[in-house]
Design a protein around this ligand. Structure first.
Ligand code: ADP
Ligand code: MG
Length: 449
């Protein structure tokens, strides 16, 4: 029996592809043949239904091909698994339907993270549009949607917005949102409790799967492996996947190449650092919300503009600042003016004041191009060193308030015209060389973080 099944199973692998094989055929077992009926045991009800619907003919043909004297198939769910699949306490409780599993599995959604509360600006408009597109449903046009960007730029907000939107529009749709850390935790737990089949099944029955902060599973081999299989199985079934990370797929270290390339197959969208307009827009929208909460508080003109100018790190800090400002003003019963703002937010303003030093920039650039710091500021003229040097000059000019002569001094006592030449060169290259523009953008982001 075992031999028959092994041969049939091998034939099936060629026919259904190895991912489908792993997901659906490998868990099956042929236990016997009864008057022309192949007895097939499946580990779970779900797998049984799925296989009957999608692979029954293929399995029958494969068995006949390898010489099994059969005409029909009969599927049975393994008894032990059936018991294990219903671990509810009271006997009276109905056996959990698959849907009931979802709330446990999906991480809770933050009710404030909706599309309505998301302020759209240039830096995030593409990400927002793509997220809206996914929430609409219909045929999957890009898979996965890969959202990336620095901390606090709205990745989690957009993912929650997708999930809430879908749940409101189509309550029956199964949307699973979880962090990569939770994914890993659940997987490890399943391994320990020997419920890997249930784990896999759970994911494979969702319509939309969202995994947040996927950089977290880099370097964790078995989790990556499982993630990859789940990912492929879902893509093959035309299910939508949304992934977020703090950097582009290609830049995540210790992530297997095949996963990287699979992630790049969909739509990769980058949330850019906020600009002044977006920050101001966000502040205005949050202020409207706070006004309702703290009735009667008045905020002087110019305060929001000041904050949008000064707090550039990320939206979370911006929000925190505003929250504190309102709480403080209502406590002391004063209006929110510049004085109060300076007092109340001194620490935040100071830390966002912390100057980026030229040395920070040099260090980062040297590291990025994998050259020695001493060479970067030294006299060598080979292109592989001179070009990164110019990049560092450019960033020093752009990102600090130092003058050209000052920058020159920090670059091994160079003349200010040399610095100016370097800055111009990189500006020029950024417009014509995509790779250079990307390098600069990447470095800038790393330095801003
Ligand atoms: P990330 O997951 O990218 O680190 P989050 O989605 O957690 O960032 O966002 C951090 C905070 O900033 C959240 O409170 C979120 O609501 C808010 N936020 C970020 N971008 C926007 C935006 N465009 N409009 C409104 N709120 C935003
Ligand atoms: Mg997040």
């Amino acid at each position: 029996m075992k031999d028959l099944w092994d041969r049939a199973s091998n034939t099936l692998r060629d026919r259904v592809g190895s991912n489908n094989h792993t997901a659906w055929i490998a868990p099956l077992d042929l236990t016997g043949i009864d008057s022309g009926e192949a007895q097939i045991v499946t580990p779970t009800r779900f797998i049984s239904d799925w296989v009957q619907r999608h692979y029954a003919d293929a399995i029958r043909d494969a068995l006949i091909e390898v010489g099994a004297p059969i005409a029909r198939l009969n599927f049975r769910v393994a008894a032990a698994r059936r018991a294990a699949a219903a671990p509810r306490k009271q006997a009276a409780a109905p056996v959990a339907a698959p849907r009931a599993v979802e709330p446990e599995m999906s991480a809770p959604l933050d009710a404030r993270f909706t599309f309505e509360n998301f302020v759209v600006g240039k830096p995030n408009e593409l990400a927002h549009a793509a997220a809206r597109r996914v929430a609409e449903g219909g045929p999957v046009t890009f898979n996965p949607l890969f959202l990336y960007g620095g901390v606090g730029l709205g990745k989690t907000h957009l993912m929650h917005a997708i999930a809430s939107d879908i749940r409101t529009r189509r309550p029956e749709a199964r949307v699973l949102y979880l962090s990569a850390e939770q994914f890993m935790y659940r997987f490890v737990q399943a391994l320990r409790e020997r419920t890997v089949m249930d784990f896999k099944e759970m994911f494979r029955t969702v319509e939309v799967l969202m995994v947040d902060d996927v950089q977290f599973i880099a370097g964790k081999e078995s989790t990556q492996e499982e993630f990859f299989h789940t990912f492929n199985a879902l893509v093959d079934q035309g299910k939508q996947i949304v992934i977020s990370a703090d950097r582009a797929p290609g830049e995540i270290k210790d992530l297997e190449d095949r996963i990287k390339s699979r992630l790049q197959c969909g739509l990769v969208v980058d949330l850019h650092p906020t600009d002044y307009e977006l920050r101001l827009g966000i502040l205005q929208s949050k202020t409207d919300a706070f006004r309702a909460q703290y009735a009667g508080l008045c905020i002087e003109p110019g305060v929001l503009e000041f904050l949008a100018h000064r707090i550039t790190s990320n939206v979370r800090v911006l929000e925190g600042a505003l929250q504190r400002l309102f709480a403080f003003a209502s406590l002391v019963g004063r209006k929110i003016d510049m004085d109060l703002t300076q007092d109340c937010l001194a620490d935040i303003l100071r830390s966002s004041d912390r100057k980026l030093s030229i040395e920070d920039i040099q260090r980062k650039v040297a590291e990025h191009y994998n050259i020695k710091l001493a060479d970067l500021v030294g006299q060598k003229r080979v292109r592989t060193i001179a070009r990164p040097r110019q990049v560092a000059m450019y960033l020093a000019k752009q990102m600090t308030t130092r003058s050209l002569p000052e920058i020159g001094r920090r670059f091994g006592g160079r003349d200010h015209t040399t610095i100016m030449h370097g800055v111009r060169k990189i500006e020029e290259l950024c417009t014509e060389d995509h790779g250079m523009a990307e390098d600069v953008q990447l470095l800038r982001r790393a330095l801003e973080a």
